[in-house]
Write a protein that binds this ligand. Structure first.
Ligand SMILES: NC(=O)C1=CN([C@@H]2O[C@H](COP(=O)(O)OP(=O)(O)OC[C@H]3O[C@@H](n4cnc5c(N)ncnc54)[C@H](O)[C@@H]3O)[C@@H](O)[C@H]2O)C=CC1
Ligand SMILES: O=C([O-])CC(=O)C(=O)O
Length: 330
């Protein structure tokens, strides 16, 4: 039996992500929680003829506790999105507190659940989640993930004219580092099956992967950021975690993890000087089984990208850790 929970389920990402989870035959129970509108979203989705039993909760009547109790997978897209002119870090002021509060409840009511953090800035909200879980004495680094799958999905899509595959997802295009601007590092030298990016297209392609989010924010013109592609990416990652937890072998996805707590992570922590980093992770019965180091043999161009990434990430991580340490529990 798999119980999945979406926190922020009535939002732009939450609704289509809940739809995909409702349609997924691997999910037996689906609980939707938001501060507004979840009864309506749950009623609507409940008419879909699929496996999952669906329930919707609001904060009243112990809604969060009821939603989380018995959860195996908790996905968090709760929080405000960007408007044109904002960076993801501008969301910290509001979203840091939202994520901290929700993870405190997860620590209390679903301490063994896999936690998938979508809320931005991911580079800081995941360190916040880790600190909250540590303080509650329930931190299992193998079960906490920052969802960076949208960067991978974009990289697969934007390079499709060179990979030549019919289904863009059939090419593996690793994207590592963090989830904002220059902290996003596509490693085109590590694609498989192997293909070449023409030298005169390299910079533009790297830039498009790094700033793909801005492309959508601009196009939506004040109405928010990526929601549908994020729901696709969030579902892809949640499904991977669920399949691996049921025993499927060989599933690898890049994700932002606490390196010292995942096998193989120490080597990457040493190379980058960072505790949190997105890298291809082998998923298994207990979550993140192995962090795979793909830093060896990167090109000179990629080394430069990594330098900028590490500089930016360091500050984002520290900001999250400091916030969690210095704000009282809810
Ligand atoms: N990791 C990634 O790759 C991506 C992350 N994002 C981030 O995802 C977040 C959500 O984006 P959207 O769905 O577009 O925003 P949205 O505003 O449409 O939805 C957010 C939902 O969160 C709910 N919410 C607020 N506080 C809450 C709380 N304490 N408990 C439960 N629910 C709460 C709101 O009521 C709303 O329904 C943003 O922070 C955005 O930046 C967006 C795209 C990609
Ligand atoms: O750009 C944003 O603010 C939303 C996001 O994280 C993305 O689309 O990658």
């Amino acid at each position: 039996m798999v119980k999945a929970v979406v926190l922020g389920a009535a939002g732009g990402i939450g609704q289509p992500l809940s739809l995909l989870l409702k349609a997924c035959p691997l999910v037996d129970d689906l609980a939707l929680y938001d501060v507004v509108n979840t009864p309506g979203v749950a009623a609507d989705l409940s008419h879909i003829s699929s496996v999952a039993k669906i329930t919707g909760y609001l904060p009243k009547d112990d809604g969060l506790k009821l939603a989380l109790t018995g959860a195996d997978v908790v996905v968090i897209p709760a929080g405000i999105p960007r408007k044109p002119g904002m960076t993801r870090d501008d969301l910290f002021k509001v979203n840091a507190g939202i994520v901290k509060g929700l993870v405190e409840s997860i620590a209390e009511f679903a301490p063994k659940a896999f936690i998938l953090v979508i809320s931005n800035p991911v580079n800081s909200t995941v360190p916040i989640a880790a600190e909250v879980l540590k303080a509650a004495g329930v931190f299992d680094p193998k079960r906490l993930f920052g969802v960076t799958t949208l960067d991978v999905v974009r990289a697969e899509t934007f390079t499709q004219e060179f990979s030549g595959v019919k289904n863009a997802a059939d090419a593996t295009v690793p994207v590592i580092g963090g989830h904002s601007g220059e902290t996003i590092v596509p490693l085109f030298s590590k694609v498989s099956p192997s293909f070449q990016i023409p030298a005169d297209r390299y910079e533009a392609l790297v830039n498009r992967v790094q700033f793909g989010g801005d492309e959508v924010v601009k196009a939506k013109d004040g109405a928010g950021s990526a929601t549908l592609s994020m729901a696709f990416a969030g579902f892809r990652f949640a499904e991977a975690v669920i399949k691996a937890s049921k025993g499927e072998k060989g599933i690898v996805e890049p994700t932002f993890v606490y390196l010292p707590g995942v096998a193989g992570g120490d080597e990457i922590a040493k190379a980058t000087g960072l505790d949190f980093f997105s890298t291809p992770v082998e998923l298994g019965l207990n979550g993140a089984e192995k962090a795979i180091n793909i830093l060896d043999g990167v090109t000179e161009q990629e080394k430069k990208l990594l330098e900028a990434c590490i500089k930016g990430l360091q500050g984002n991580i520290e900001k999250g850790v400091e916030f969690a340490k210095n704000s009282p529990p809810k």
